[in-house]
Design a protein around this ligand. Structure first.
Ligand code: AMP
Length: 285
């Protein structure tokens, strides 16, 4: 596996693979890799002979009071994990190469970026869309793989690719969870022991909602109540949102009359960690 920091070297390596007829699959990450990230490499292997993982903690997607400076950066461990899972290239650009002096451009995916996580994280999805479009332009992959764990991100990027005619296929891979159901996240390390004990209730609430839907409940008020009852047991968490929305424009649904995304965000009172999770009803993302 090659660790590449320079854009020129990246282009050369990808170009050489293309000459050999290899398809290129990209997995963008911010590092602090866990089994969820590594599962995206497995997915990439199904779509490309050259697997590129980018590791870049993108400053423009963090708000001023967010955890950019303390975000975990165990780079050497990440490279070992990526190598062990069949990654061919880790691309880890420097801030100065991604955002050189005079950088002025932002990709805004309007409407989709203003709801759910976007409501409390203004500018977040513009930061994500901008850096992902840059990575897609740098690597020019056939396929890029993202996790359904960040469902809104998937939908924002899908919209961007469609709206701007970006020649790439986006794949949304399933969420990898701990045995107790908690979705793996690089931010789980921030949780206190008691928060970690309560955190699986978020997914248990979503599962209860999913069961109510399977039993025929289509009214989203009632569905949300079934999740809230369980999530209320996580007394150290306050729910930022729990919404049932359509999977195209993320508009709230009164009834589940099409594929729906059920998404939540919750904040811990002790560590201030913010966790997100989601399920879909009646289809996949
Ligand atoms: P991040 O490093 O948090 O930007 O995540 C990089 C990619 O990994 C994104 O596409 C995430 O959606 C995906 N990801 C994060 N957590 C998980 C998980 N538990 N299961 C599957 N994919 C995940």
């Amino acid at each position: 596996m090659d660790v590449i920091r320079q854009v020129g070297a990246l282009r050369l390596a990808v170009g050489q693979a293309r000459v050999k007829g290899q398809r290129v699959a990209l997995v963008p990450t911010m590092g602090a890799l866990h089994q969820g990230h590594l599962s995206l490499l497995d997915c990439a292997a199904q779509h490309g002979e050259l697997r590129v993982m980018s590791i870049y903690v993108n400053p423009t997607q963090f708000g001023p009071s967010e955890d950019f400076t303390k975000y975990p950066r165990p780079f050497d461990d990440d490279c070992e994990l990526a190598r062990g899972r069949g990654c061919d290239i880790v691309f880890a650009p420097a801030d100065g190469d991604m955002y050189p002096d005079g950088f002025c451009t932002t990709v805004s995916v309007n409407r989709l970026s203003e709801t759910l996580c976007g409501a409390s994280r203004p500018g977040h999805f513009a930061g994500v869309a901008t850096v992902v479009l840059k990575l897609l332009n740098l690597v020019q992959p056939d396929t890029a793989v993202f996790g359904r764990k960040d469902a809104q991100q998937v939908l924002v990027l899908r919209r961007m690719v469609q709206d701007l005619n970006v020649p790439v296929r986006l794949i949304a891979a399933p969420t990898v969870r701990e045995q107790d159901g908690l979705a793996l996240s690089s931010r789980n390390v921030y949780l206190t022991a008691e928060e970690r004990r309560q955190a699986p209730l978020l997914y248990r609430g979503l599962q209860a909602l999913g069961r109510a839907f399977e039993h025929g409940q289509l009214d989203t008020q009632r569905l949300r109540a079934s999740a809230r009852d369980i999530i209320a047991g996580a007394t150290l968490f306050s729910l930022e949102y729990l919404e049932v929305v359509d999977t195209v424009m993320l508009r709230p649904l009164d009834r589940v009359d099409r594929t729906a995304l059920v998404a939540l965000a919750a904040r811990c009172s002790q560590s201030r960690t913010r966790l997100i999770d989601n399920i879909t009803l009646g289809g996949e993302l």
